[in-house]
Design a protein around this ligand. Structure first.
Ligand SMILES: [Zn+2]
Length: 551
């Protein structure tokens, strides 16, 4: 299936929801009226903190407008204009750096980037001195599941209070969400777009196809082409930018690909047991998560490996019976089955195939390293602080006892890590995703772990940065507004104390975050972090208590 740039561009408008983008009013009064109109009573009461900040901001914006206009009678600099002066802008496209720069933005949009000597901050602009610091585009975490219940059947509304401030505190200004109810994700997305909710930009796929109904009233299980069409229509209606596929009958896979194309939804996610990575890529699946089916498809025995893995995974009654009576041997260590016939030559031709089809990969190395209990301390990172982890069952400890390097799972993990570097060298586009909050990931912080692991797998620090900036913008078909620091781009930036293209660890040394044109200094970032941590504690207290009471 063809999924060229034109189609991406079409879906990107709704995906990134950038109405502010193209026709943003240039007069300060215009933006204030716009803000006032979008903040109606119906949207305000449930977000008290946000509400207070926004009204204060609007009030000061109006005051500044009145003062400035009455003084000169001329069009004036918008009161929300900010100039970052003296920093080094990193161009993630070319890798070049512009030292001693001035970056000017008004509201949500960058309006000037140049050498400090040539670009002067507009009169009246708020000047932020960032001398000696490094400016990169806002980071995207391309695999997040923030709208699932954190605790049994806990409601997910309160999740936002945990995830959103933490993402921003760690420079994550955009996320691709691949789980959770469409209605909640649609609301969060709309409210962050309107500025009534503080949080990262949000694109989402909603519930996974093959896991359950994708929306209330959606057919499940999906048994015919009409079910596929209905599910895709509901995803589209719910504002999803793609359909995340987990499992689907082989006969229905063509209908999914056709139907998704018809409603301009990307097909994303895993590789159903009924197909192969080779076929999914050829058929136009846009992105594959978790390196799914990568090792089987790097083996000539792909078909039999997948069948055995499916059996081990699904354990149908007849197989369980056959295993019990000894008529069949249960598949041992199903995930590591591909090790026996894995071939570097076949892997390399697979990577050429993926690159030719421009099939993106979200390796989620952080997640896989944890699942596979990698013994390499550089791969199996220290756990994030408890306070930053999703409030879940207290017995959810950090897995101990890593596998020795000779263990099949350790050898399998080595192959996966090698594959990421080799795919990158072959030209397969890589996206950074943490799978927050799964397997102990912390919102925001764990994306920096993923960047470090991508470097470890063979990407340069610049390429790792690209996987969270430029590549997501390309994936979303939104390079006109996202992914780089340039005129016309959204004002989402991270300002670092050290150069991340020299050492990726510098991505954690965050001095400022700019999100939708709002500047968060270190103190503001710390208070965002504190808000997220406090909400995590509150959710835990509430649900532990409920659980303790036997509910
Ligand atoms: Zn996931």
């Amino acid at each position: 299936m063809e999924q060229g740039p034109a189609r991406d561009a079409a879906s990107a408008v709704s995906a990134t929801g950038t109405p502010i983008a193209r026709n943003a009013p240039t007069a300060s009064f215009g933006i204030s009226i716009y803000k006032l109109m979008t903040l109606n009573r119906a949207t305000l009461p449930s977000f008290r903190l946000t509400e207070r900040c926004e009204w204060r901001w609007i009030f000061s914006a109006l005051m500044l407008t009145l003062v400035a206009t009455s003084a000169s009678g001329q069009p004036v600099t918008r009161p929300d204009t900010v100039a970052l002066v003296g920093g080094t802008v990193i161009d993630v496209v070319s890798g070049s750096r512009m030292g001693r720069s001035t970056v000017v933005f008004a509201g949500d949009r960058i309006i000037g980037v140049g050498a400090a000597g040539l670009t002067r901050p507009p009169q009246g602009a708020r000047v932020v001195n960032v001398s000696g610091k490094f400016i990169i585009p806002g980071l995207w975490d391309m695999h997040v599941e923030q709208a699932l219940p954190l605790w049994n059947r806990a409601p997910v509304d309160s999740n936002a209070g945990f995830f959103h401030p933490l993402f921003l505190a760690y420079g994550v200004t955009g996320v691709r969400d691949v789980a959770g109810p469409l209605a909640v994700l649609k609301l969060w997305s709309a409210e962050t777009e309107r500025g009534v909710r503080i949080g990262p930009r949000l694109v989402y796929t909603g519930p996974k196809i093959g896991m359950g109904p994708v929306a209330p009233g959606a057919p499940f299980p999906i048994t015919n082409e009409a079910d596929v069409a209905r599910s895709l229509a509901l995803l589209k209606e719910g504002g999803a930018s793609g359909a995340y596929i987990l499992e689907l009958d082989q006969a229905l896979y063509p209908a999914l690909m056709r139907g998704a194309k018809a409603v301009a939804l990307r097909v994303e996610g895993n590789i159903p047991y009924t197909t192969t990575l080779w076929a999914a890529s050829a058929n136009g699946q846009r992105v594959v998560d978790h390196l799914d089916a990568l090792l089987p498809s790097s083996s000539p025995d792909e078909g039999s490996i997948r069948r055995a893995q499916r059996l081990a995974d699904e354990k149908p009654w007849w197989a369980r019976l056959a295993w019990r009576v000894g008529a069949m041997r249960p598949p041992k260590d199903a995930p590591t089955l591909p090790l026996e016939s894995w071939s570097a030559a076949r892997a390399n031709s697979l990577f050429v195939h993926l690159a030719a089809n421009h099939t993106y990969q979200v390796p989620t190395l952080r997640l896989l390293g944890t699942v596979n209990r990698s013994a390499d301390s550089a791969i199996r990172l220290p756990p994030p602080p408890l306070e930053l982890r999703a409030p879940r069952h207290p017995s959810d400890g950090w897995p101990s006892a890593p596998y020795p390097s000779s263990h099949p799972v350790a050898r399998m993990h080595d192959k996966l890590v090698w594959s990421v570097g080799a795919m990158h060298r072959a030209g397969v586009p890589i996206l950074a995703g943490s799978d927050t909050p799964n397997l102990y990931a912390a919102p925001g912080l764990s994306l920096h772990d993923e960047l470090a692991l991508l470097v470890r797998a063979g990407l340069s620090p610049l390429d790792a940065l690209r996987s969270a900036t430029l590549r997501p913008a390309e994936f979303l078909g939104a390079t006109d507004t996202l992914g780089t620091v340039g005129v016309g781009k959204v004002a989402d930036m991270v300002i670092l104390d050290a150069d991340p293209t020299v050492n990726i660890a510098a991505s954690r040394q965050i001095a400022y975050v700019v999100a939708r044109g709002r500047v968060y200094n270190r103190a503001a970032l710390d208070s965002l972090r504190a808000r997220g941590v406090a909400m995590a504690a509150e959710i835990a207290r509430y649900w532990v208590a409920k659980r303790g009471a036997g509910k």
